[in-house]
Ligand binder design. Structure first.
Ligand SMILES: NC(=O)c1ccc[n+]([C@@H]2O[C@H](COP(=O)([O-])OP(=O)(O)OC[C@H]3O[C@@H](n4cnc5c(N)ncnc54)[C@H](OP(=O)(O)O)[C@@H]3O)[C@@H](O)[C@H]2O)c1
Length: 772
């Protein structure tokens, strides 16, 4: 340190030997928890102003690891940007740190980290770039080399290391020298709690030999060496826990500091900081309030007498973090990696949240937002169901067997009934979510007034379609959850389901007809609509559909439904008259539907500018003839999505036979033909069927040697580990951390679960005989 108080850190000159630490300046949930309350930008700006403008302190220290980079962002907002606005020569020195986590293994990752810090700080180059810790499977030299390359490229002004002992300092300096650079600073814990430690003393000597400036973090022992320390506060200070300090050990040392404080009329913090400066180190203080800032700055401009410095040296303790066993430091870095990963996930979550909000913000009004959210829920639930329905037979080791005493009813036998129940429940919940979403959308559609005709018709068709499927879902659920047969209901609704299966295609036809007409301009320049007769036949088709449905229900509930429910073929019985009437009505409506479809199809290709006014429609009273384009566009989105939804459901059902709308057993998919007589008796309570003929085995690949009778026990380690770490994560940092930790916990649990080796042995870390 120069006689005028200036300090050199490599080529950089500090007017005052003091630095401002920003470890407590992160903006995330986690920082709020760890630091007992988030500092706000206004307070941080005032602290910077107090140090920089009033006391001439230039050195600000941050790190990408502090608040997952949010501390760097805060420093940009409260210090770098305001300084840029003043258009003065840049007066501050900003240091940040590279964290060698276990996710980083290349020079490229070093460059990306540096680039990230520059972006977050809003600068082109970093004044001092520290390597935060030497602990990493790659040697320290590797990261020093990377830093030298960046320094040569001009992105780093000075290279620093942190938490390095004597040997590491020497190695780092030698490596930097090899590349024509130097190590300017070593940031270590330096205070009266560790001064007497031999490791620290040796490190100080190594730094002196290599002209490496010591930057002293935790100079007031995170509050352990200040007046404000209380028993309650002691138990919260991390440094005390890390160094296994007990309050009594501080007694003598604090006594000396207190006496000197009253001798010099200074605070205890100021005595400690001045002592640090007297040893040629630059103290870095983590300031959390304006009072602390003013108090801290009071350590400048005076010096302790040499004998007082010596007295403090004598009473200092030897709790250096440099002497920690390597495995503890490795554990620490692993923990830090997990923490950084959590911060990263938190950022992704924030990004997703912002996208989600911006998605809604342009929509404006609230009703639309709910409706569109419901649409997303519907699509998601369909996706979940498709995935579950496809995966269930395989992961539950399913076999399809003929039910004893029957020839054509198939049952679903599984090696894992509990897993099957879980998957079925998942499927049931997603179906329920689907119907909830459908209810919201339909309620919204039915509440609309003054809609163009196709909106009204799609609304009707969608409602018929979903009501039938919803009723079927209810019946199948009741049957699965209780002993009630519901067979009549299910058969009637299966017929109704076949009837409404045309609704999605009808909707698409109506919409297509309307969109095509929209491209035509009427003689008065308005967008065209389908011809009057086309609109009428759209109505007719829709009403005919409704009539068909009514007939299905009357036939099912009033009369006895014929066994073959696919076709309305009648079998002779005493109610022949009624059934014949129903049959006639059914076929009439069927013909009406197809005739109407034909008319609408023809109209689609024969529309002209003169006819596109929609004039002459019989049902014109039921809907507005012209709707202005903005209104039309705004209203198009909801029913259009319903139509798309209908098509997706119908396609999945038809092509894959997934039966997404009434949670039929997954296995029914592959053997539709056998199961065509009606829903199979498979229930949430999957039954095991033994000796019958196996129709299909989803688990064919089972290797020889596996014991087929071994039933995997309940995955208690996975579930327990997941739940435990979710709770810990939640209290530690909120929902995001809970999710990340919960997954990790379940992952660890996996390691402990028993499993079967290819030769049939049961193995596992904590496997006991009882588990078998
Ligand atoms: N390189 C590394 O590995 C590493 C590790 C740790 C820290 N650091 C750097 O070093 C900086 C400082 O370290 P640190 O924050 O851990 O320890 P510190 O500066 O010794 O302690 C900071 C705490 O002491 C209290 N305090 C601050 N000024 C005070 C004053 N004038 N009077 C009384 N109490 C005061 C505050 O706690 P209360 O408000 O609770 O009283 C504050 O949170 C960090 O911000 C960070 O930049 C680097």
């Amino acid at each position: 340190m120069a006689a005028d108080g200036h300090v050199q850190i490599g080529s950089l000159t500090l007017q005052q030997p003091l630095g401002v630490g920003t470890m407590q300046w992160g903006r995330t949930w986690l920082d709020q928890k760890l630091n007992r309350g988030n500092l706000d930008d206004q307070l941080c700006a005032s602290i910077c102003q107090e140090f920089a403008e009033v006391h001439g302190v230039q050195f600000f220290d941050t790190a990408e690891g502090y608040g997952g980079g949010t501390s760097e962002e805060r420093l940009r907002d409260v210090l770098v940007e305001p300084l840029k606005d003043q258009k003065q020569p840049y007066p501050c020195i900003i240091a940040t740190k590279f964290l060698p986590t276990l996710a980083r293994w290349t020079h490229g990752s070093f460059s990306r980290a540096l680039q990230g810090s520059c972006q977050r700080l809003g600068v082109d180059a970093i004044d001092i770039y520290f390597i935060h810790t030497p602990i990493h499977p790659l040697p320290l030299e590797y990261w020093v080399h990377a830093a030298c390359r960046e320094a040569k490229a001009g992105r780093i002004r000075e290279i620093g290391i942190s938490n390095c002992n004597a040997q590491q300092v020497r190695r780092a300096c030698a490596e930097a020298q090899k590349h024509g650079r130097r190590i300017a600073a070593n940031q270590i814990m330096f205070n009266l709690l560790c001064f007497q430690s031999p490791e620290l003393q040796e490190t100080l000597r190594a730094c002196q030999e290599n002209h490496v400036q010591i930057i002293a973090y935790a100079p007031i022992g995170q509050g352990l060496l200040t007046q404000a320390l209380t028993d309650e506060k002691f138990s919260r200070i991390r440094l005390a826990k890390m160094t296994r300090l007990v309050m009594d050990e501080l007694h003598d040392l604090r006594g000396v500091i207190e006496r000197l404080a009253s001798k010099y009329d200074k605070s205890m913090a100021q005595i400690c900081l001045n002592w640090t400066i007297c040893h040629g180190a630059i103290p870095l203080v983590g300031t959390r309030s304006m009072l602390q800032a003013q108090d801290t700055a009071g350590c400048l401009g005076w010096r302790l007498a040499a004998e007082d410095v010596e007295e403090l040296d004598r009473h200092a303790l030897k709790r250096s973090t440099l002497s920690k066993p390597r495995w503890k430091r490795v554990l620490f870095v692993t923990f830090i990696t997990l923490l950084v990963f959590s911060y990263r996930v938190n950022r992704w979550a924030d990004w997703l949240r912002s996208k989600w909000h911006s998605l809604w913000s342009w929509r404006g009004h609230r009703a639309d937002c709910t409706v569109e959210t419901s649409m997303y829920i519907c699509c998601l639930s369909l996706f979940v169901q498709a995935a579950v329905a496809t995966a269930t037979p395989f992961i539950t080791r399913a076999e399809l067997k003929v039910v004893p005493g029957t020839v054509d009813i198939v049952d679903f036998a599984t090696g894992h009934p509990r897993l099957y129940i879980f998957m079925s429940s998942l499927r049931w919940v997603s179906t329920a979510a689907l119907y909830l979403g459908v209810c919201v959308i339909c309620a919204h559609l039915w509440g609309q007034t003054d809609e163009p005709v196709w909106v009204i018709l799609v609304m009707h068709l969608g409602t018929y379609f979903f009501i039938v499927h919803f009723c079927l879902f209810l019946c199948v659920s009741i049957r699965q959850l209780s002993n009630v047969s519901m067979l009549d209901g299910i058969r009637t609704l299966t017929t109704a389901k076949d009837t409404v299966s045309i609704c999605p295609m009808l909707s698409v036809l109506f919409i297509e007809c309307w969109v095509a007409a929209n491209d035509i301009r009427t003689p008065v320049g308005l967008p065209g609509v389908p011809q009057g007769f086309a609109q009428d036949y759209m109505f007719v088709a829709t009403w005919a559909m409704l009539m068909q449905l009514v007939v299905c229900f009357v036939n099912g509930f009033v009369y006895t439904l014929p066994k073959d429910s696919k076709v309305m073929r009648l079998c002779g019985n005493s109610l022949r008259g009624g059934l014949t009437a129903i049959s006639i009505v059914f076929y009439l409506t069927l013909v009406t539907v197809y005739a109407s479809i034909l008319v609408v199809l023809v109209s689609r290709y024969t529309n002209t500018a003169r006819a596109a006014t929609g004039a002459g429609a019989w049902f014109a009273w039921a809907y507005p003839q012209t709707v202005d384009m903005p209104t039309l566009r705004r209203r198009q989105s909801s029913p259009l999505c319903v139509a798309v939804l209908l098509c997706v459901v119908a396609a999945c059902d038809f092509v894959f036979g997934l039966n997404l709308l009434f949670t039929a057993p997954a296995a029914q998919v592959s053997v539709r033909r056998q199961a065509a007589t009606g829903p199979s008796p498979v229930s949430l309570r999957a039954r095991e069927v033994d000796e019958e003929e196996v129709l299909f085995n989803f688990n064919k690949k089972k290797k020889k040697g596996y014991d087929p009778n071994w039933e995997r026990p309940f995955p208690r380690y996975i579930v327990g580990g997941g739940i435990f770490l979710t709770i810990v994560g939640f209290f530690g940092g909120g929902p995001t951390l809970a999710a990340v930790w919960g997954l990790c916990g379940a992952g660890f649990g996996c390691l402990l679960e028993p499993w079967q080796t290819p030769d049939g042995e049961i193995s596992g870390l904590y496997f006991e005989e009882d588990d078998e």
